[in-house]
Ligand binder design. Sequence first.
Ligand code: HT7
Ligand code: ZN
Length: 875
Amino acid sequence: VNAIHLKDYIAPSFLVNHVDLEFILEPKKTIVTSWLKLTRNPDVGGPLVLDGDELRLLSIKVDGKLLETSKYAQDNSSLTVDGLPDTCVLEIKTEIDPALNTQLEGLYLSGGNFCTQCEAEGFRRITFYPDRPDVMATYTVTMHADLKSHPVLLSNGNLIDQGVGKNGKHWARWHDPFPKPCYLFALVAGDLACYEDSYHSGSGQDVALKIFVEHGNEDKCAYAMDALKRSMRWDEERFGLEYDLSIFNIVAVSDFNMGAMENKSLNIFNSKCVLASSDTATDLEFERIEAIVAHEYFHNWTGNRVTCRDWFQLSLKEGLTVYRDQEFTSDMRSAPVKRIQDVRTLRARQFPEDAGPLSHPIRPETYIEINNFYTATIYEKGAEVIRMMQEILGRDGFRKGVDLYFERHDNQAVTCEDFVVAMEDANDVDLKHFRLWYSQAGTPEVDTTWSYDEVNKSFTLNLTQYTPVAHGQEGKRPLHIPMTVGLVGRDGKDLPLILEGEEGKQGETSKTLRFDQEQQSFTFISVDQCPVPSINRNFSSPIKLSTTYSDDDLRFLMENDSDAFSRWDASQNYATRLVLRMVKTIQEGTELEYDSNYAQALARNIADETLDPAFLAQMLSLPSIDYVAEQMQVADFAAVDQARTFLKAGIARELYEQFLELYMCGKENTAYSPDAVSAGKRAIRNVALGFLGTLKNDPKGLDLIVGQYEVSDNMTDRMAALTLLASMEGEVGEKALKSFEQRYSHDTLVMDKWFAVQAISKIPDTLGQVKNLLTHPAFSYKNPNKVRALIGSFTGANPAKFHADNGEGYRFLADSIIHLNGINPQVASRLLSPLGGWRRMDGNHQKMMKAELQRILDTENLSKDVFEVASKSLA
Ligand code: HT7
Ligand code: ZN
């Protein structure tokens, strides 16, 4: 299997100025004809090499003349044409079978509708083409289809002509005036309903907005549409970026490998990321829809107008666009809560990835299958790197850099380096050292100690950084880390900060230090009392921080830190500490003891009426089992689960009255609204209910849960109750699950929640239940949402069950991957990561996990996707 290397990049030998495409759409036999207007790239010699995958070549013509077979050569992944004139029109006719396409890459069918997915390398499954992002062309697309079964015909750009043909056929022609790489090409043909609106831009342009969905789902589009309009406005106001066409379409499909795709003016979405109503979507799903709609829309500039030179630069568009969507959500909702959620995701997904066998820098240097590199590192760590630049340059400086980036690179395919250079040039700064974040993998670990000098009234913070050797990368160097700190005085208020050497400056209360050596000390002067330092405020850098905080310090910060993120982080830190102490006790076989100090600090937060309920809900949410286990040398998921449950039940017992009151007082009699304030109120009530639910033999709590399940008028509350009930053995859980199934059996997206809630259940035989559900009529291996809901939730979100001592969780995952390898390799390989964590397990678990990885590798016809992840995981 061949690996691709960044160092081997060479520019394309031919450029494509314009593409004409014609599709005669039939489910089992679609004929695609392309006319490529080619020009030789004067800088590069060699023949024209086109990519192709699972295509049947019918004919090739050059400038209208049939090409003899001796003039071209074909293998199973390319078509090479030699001796072409420097400019010509190459006409290629191919045949494809969309009905057979279960990989969901290229042209495929979803619920009988034709749709495409071309990123990263799906266009080569439609026609022979230089399938690389640095070949940018304008497109004209003509499609013919059956009028009755496929009345809606869409592609990128503007509809320029359409008509009705013979034999019940019709056709449409679209033209996209913006040059684009082929990964942004899209086509949809189907029987779809349309939800319409319009947008009036700041400069006075009207844009027609349309969301196409399966008939019957029109009433679930309003929220996505509103999110789209707010995104368009926000991008104008925050970045001065306006939409550039008079039409913007979104199509929702049921079968989709990821969340959504930013094809120029024709975004295609997983229906899960569009459709929402109070009865079908939870608050978190509403929030996710808002963020994904925004993300795809923002790609119009960061990704489409300025795209990537090659796929090693993926974070150029993804990290930057994630950063933009995070900022959008912060502005739409609560900024601290958004930051907390993003850090939770980073710690849950990116940190383990960066510490494991698949660790890679945000600009990787090699890959086997690019689909495996749509990772938390490229996306989430990539966004953190952008955020650090904005922290270093300030908001205005960052904006100047972005402006210059667009001024220089509009309509170009560029590199991460080009982005950093624009930041430097616009601000006249040197980011040479900072660039290391692009090429060095691994999460830096920062150790801090501090001392207060009573006599000189000074406070010194000592920082040491170290990045562990990640897979394949030795010799880590210190990074340029922007470290935001504050000093909290005994009265709980921030002290003014004056750094030694900056005496003349007015004391701010938060300061971003430039920490760029292995060891550095920072001394603050005129500190009139011994403070508690608040370090890495707002998570100014994506690091693992190790401190010498006492329990008292953590409680103090939990109650006083003016930085909401650090206040929450102190709470997480403290709870993690407690759970780890209890794990030790469990492993030693001694009796667990409950420490009530943590609950008392939480109680003081509950009593603080100035706190936003959404933030309080975060304060009260304990760190996950995975997160705590991640802090151990040898992970023991069962013990962490037991200790965490013990702590949660202890807090519930101690703060029983407070939780009851939180639950009762938050009750609202108004109709459901998905806005952030209302969602925050539901969040805190459901957190309270979750605590009450941990108390066995508490009829009052159980009544509240059952009552909430039965009477709630929205999916957030119903799901919160069902999640608790599904983990209860016996009739009460079964009854609720049955009633939910009956109520929502007609709604495929809601049924995914029903699968997921059973897969994460704590009942003794969860795996048996999951296996039974594989034969449920609503389950299908061909639908990625179903696979992720049932198999992915069990293997990725139920660690205590997945790591069962008998190894049956591992066996189940390997069986599922082997089966899915033949259906959808992308989905199969994305399921693999839990097995890659074997190094952190004890010897017995290690052996079983490795055996399953080996069994996967021994499978015949293994896809590149699964091979790459499984082999790297085992290495
Ligand atoms: N840019 C999009 C990535 C994507 C994708 C990648 C591989 C295979 C299928 C895919 N579907 C979408 C989504 C985004 O980041 O906006
Ligand atoms: Zn994206």
